[in-house]
Design a protein around this ligand. Structure first.
Ligand SMILES: [Zn+2]
Length: 408
């Protein structure tokens, strides 16, 4: 891979929330080598004139499940993992085509999928993965029907969770994920919408178990992120050292001081609830799941307002699965009710990079970063919607210096 230079670029700096016009971006191999006006490059460099368009870092979706490939998730859990991986590959390619060059997988995706992308067997975003979500018996990752006794603990069956109870078992579960190269550990702090036998207002795992999970993750220099809806579940997670909260739809003001005290991140995933609600209205959801959806959907915007007004670091996440991935950019539109465009862009670039512990590598157009670049027709700092029509407004997608799409 030689040198490529993007000329005549308006480079978007997410942190500053500004565009710098008349810039060149020099890409050498998989990384950005230089950014500035009038840079010189070798004679054999490939030159792309972007015509004054916006050049911004590739987007980051911090809550994805590319390996949840079917709406019938309980049936899918008994499918062949190779078949599921093949379908996950299709989902990953869709994400890259929307401008997502890095994703965080928070359940079901694992090291094999990340490696397949890394080595070019699948086309898709770079994957930061946590493996399976840790769940207590009867918790949100326990997908057995209530009448089923036997649990298939084959790690490579395509279920979302691994069941562990008690301090020794949760320690082993974390150590197993660390052994497989996990970048983080995901834990169910409360019930979920899509699980067969728990309640969204429950708390899950004991304090002793949560402390052990965080201790093991910290020993491996990775962090724990927690699925939770209510402040009751959020607060006990944060107090045990969980560094990020997913969903948080029913959060109240009592969680805000804890987010601040622990420097924790918040990843709302509103688009998945709105998409599921449309399916529910069309009669496409089982009644028990539709009922749980009703419990959580109304608080989502209020929770986002609370976090935004308090200045909590908010990260872009979508939580879409199966055939819903085409809604991945709509989270921008939904959150635009609350957050200005510069904040939305930060949530999917620089703030996401902080959560992923990849500052300087992703979410920024600067020397030393991965050459993950988008060329956008329009200024997303003025109108976030220019990011939501990639087929028209996304003119170039580059990941690690490789061009995936070029319509310049
Ligand atoms: Zn999720």
């Amino acid at each position: 891979m030689g040198v490529t230079v993007l000329r005549n670029a308006s480079v978007l700096d997410p942190k500053a929330g500004e565009l710098a016009e008349g810039q060149s971006v020099v890409v050498d191999g998989g990384q950005i080598a230089d950014v500035g006006p009038g840079l010189s490059v070798p004679d054999d460099a490939v030159t792309l004139d972007v015509g004054g368009r916006t050049v911004m870092p590739g987007l980051i979706d911090a809550h994805t499940h590319p390996a949840i490939v079917d709406a019938d998730i309980f049936a899918m859990a008994e499918w062949s993992p190779t078949y599921v991986a093949a379908r996950a590959g299709r989902a990953l390619e869709g994400m890259l085509s929307r401008g997502f060059t890095t994703i965080r997988d928070v359940g079901a995706g694992e090291h094999g999928l990340a490696r397949a992308v890394e080595e070019g067997y699948f086309t898709g975003p770079r994957i930061r993965y946590g493996g399976k979500q840790l769940s207590q018996t009867g918790g949100a990752g326990d997908w057995r029907a209530p009448s089923r006794q036997v649990y298939d603990d084959n790690y490579y069956s395509p279920a979302i969770g691994v069941i562990c109870d008690g301090v020794p078992e949760v320690r082993r579960a974390v150590r197993e994920e660390v052994r497989r190269g996990a970048h983080h550990i995901k834990v169910y702090l409360s019930g979920a919408v899509d699980s067969p036998s728990d309640r969204v207002d429950s708390t899950q795992f004991s304090i002793e178990e949560l402390n052990a999970i965080v201790e093991e993750a910290t020993a491996a220099n990775i962090y724990v992120t927690g699925h939770a809806y209510t402040s009751r579940a959020i607060n006990r997670g944060l107090e045990c050292g969980v560094r990020c909260i997913e969903h948080g739809n029913l959060m109240d003001a009592s969680s805000i001081p804890l987010f601040k005290q622990y420097g924790a991140f918040y990843v709302p995933t509103i688009v998945t609830y709105q998409t599921l609600a449309r399916k529910s209205a069309a009669g496409e959801l089982p009644a028990d799941i539709a009922g749980k959806l009703e419990d959580v959907i109304h608080g989502a915007i209020r929770a986002l307002e609370l976090a935004h007004e308090a200045g909590i670091p908010i990260v872009y996440g979508t939580d879409l699965f199966a055939d819903m991935h085409d809604q991945q950019l709509q989270e921008f539109v939904i959150r635009a009710e609350v957050q200005p465009p510069a904040d939305l862009i930060r949530s999917a670039t620089s703030t996401a990079a902080e959560l992923l512990r990849m500052v300087g590598q992703v979410g920024v157009v600067a020397p030393g970063a991965f050459a993950d670049l988008l060329v956008v027709d329009g200024n997303p700092l003025q109108d976030i919607r220019v990011l939501t029509t990639p087929e028209r407004t996304l003119k170039l997608i580059m990941k690690s210096g490789e061009i995936y799409k070029n319509e310049l």
